[in-house]
Design a protein around this ligand. Structure first.
Ligand code: THU
Length: 160
């Protein structure tokens, strides 16, 4: 038997410890929560993507009475970014979430389906995408999807 261990690395920083560029992106993700459409969950998620050309694209979760038809903030944002700027890598993606009582005490991790889309966005542009997960306390900084979705399935398996 072989035991395989996979290590992931996350840095936890306070908002004040982030550089200005990351703080601005977090602010944009927080502002995007105000444009969420979440009449069912009352859970408002915002995301902001900083593209290689410096443009910031934001998005939020958009729910639907037919629940599975809704979309998370991360996918709204990345699909919009990729459809508007198909040749621009995503440098950093910031994510923030608010419940009815306010921003969360601990960082909100993206759902499984969104992780898969984050991975593909990264692979599409052949460069790691930094990920910032906001909370009122720690902000998690990940240097790429390898720290969010280890042991991932990607397009490389379809080529063998
Ligand atoms: N949601 C997101 O937008 N991103 C996530 O990473 C987790 C969940 C949304 C989907 C739904 O509108 C609401 O939050 C509750 O699940």
């Amino acid at each position: 038997m072989k035991e395989i261990k996979i290590e992931i690395n996350i840095r936890a920083l306070r908002y004040e410890e982030l550089d200005e560029k990351d703080r601005k992106l977090i602010d944009a993700a927080k502002e995007a929560t105000a444009r969420s459409y979440a009449p069912y969950s009352h859970f408002s998620v915002g995301a902001a993507a900083l593209l290689a050309n410096g443009v910031v694209v934001t998005g939020s979760n958009q729910e639907n009475a037919a629940y599975p038809s809704g979309t998370c903030a991360e996918r709204t944002t990345l699909f919009y970014a990729n459809s508007q700027y198909p040749d621009q890598a995503v440098d950093t993606l910031a994510i923030a979430a608010r419940s009815e009582t306010g921003y969360l005490d601990s960082p909100i991790p993206p759902c499984g389906a969104c992780r898969q889309v984050l991975l593909e966005t990264e692979q599409r542009f052949h460069q790691p995408m930094r990920i910032l997960l906001y909370s009122k306390n720690d902000i998690y900084v990940l240097e790429g999807t390898k720290d969010l979705l280890p042991l991932s399935f990607g397009g490389e398996y379809l080529k063998v």
